[in-house]
Design a protein around this ligand. Structure first.
Ligand SMILES: [Fe+2]
Length: 145
C-alpha cells in the first residue's frame, strides 16, 4: 500500500533571506537616522501642504510606484496594500464606513518617497514608528537623541 504524503509548498530561502536582510538593514538605518531634530524639520517642511493638490484616488494611484522595504511579507505595490486593507476592514466591519476610508488612506504618506514629494529615503517614511526624544528607562538609551 502506497502512502501519499502531501509535499509542502517550497520556499525559496534565498529570496526569503534576502528580504529579511533588507528589512534588517532598513530598521538599522531607521534607528540610526530617525532623530528628533530630523522629525521636527520634516514636520515643518511638510505641514505647509504646498506641494500639490489632488484627489484621494489620484494619491492612491501614486502608490502603484512604491514598494515598502520595511515589510518582509509584501513586495507588491502599496496601492494593493491599501485596497486589501480597506476591503478586509469592510468585510469585518460593514457598517463602519469611516473605518473603510481610514484603512484606504492609512498609508498615503508613503508618497513622500516619490521625487515630486521630496524623495525621502524609505527609513524616513515607512515602517514601525518609535517615540523620539524621551528617556526609555531600563535600557538606558534615549531614543532619537
Ligand atoms: Fe499599512
Amino acid at each position: 500500500m502506497a502512502i501519499s504524503i502531501e509535499q509542502p509548498e517550497l520556499v525559496d530561502y534565498d529570496v526569503e533571506n534576502e528580504r529579511q536582510r533588507n528589512v534588517e538593514e532598513f530598521y538599522q538605518l531607521n534607528h540610526i537616522n530617525q532623530k528628533y531634530d530630523f522629525v521636527k524639520r520634516m514636520r515643518e517642511e511638510y505641514k505647509k501642504l504646498s506641494r500639490v493638490e489632488m484627489s484621494i484616488w489620484e494619491c492612491c494611484e501614486l502608490l502603484n510606484e512604491i514598494v515598502d522595504d520595511s515589510d518582509p511579507d509584501l513586495d507588491e505595490p502599496q496601492i494593493e496594500h491599501l485596497l486589501q486593507t480597506a476591503e478586509a476592514i469592510r468585510k469585518d466591519y460593514p457598517n463602519e464606513d469611516w473605518l473603510h476610508l481610514t484603512a484606504l488612506i492609512h498609508d498615503l504618506g508613503k508618497v513622500l518617497l516619490l521625487p515630486s514629494f521630496g524623495g525621502l529615503p524609505q527609513w524616513a517614511v515607512v515602517g514601525d514608528t518609535n517615540p523620539l526624544g524621551m528617556w526609555t528607562g531600563k535600557c538606558g538609551h534615549v531614543m532619537g537623541s
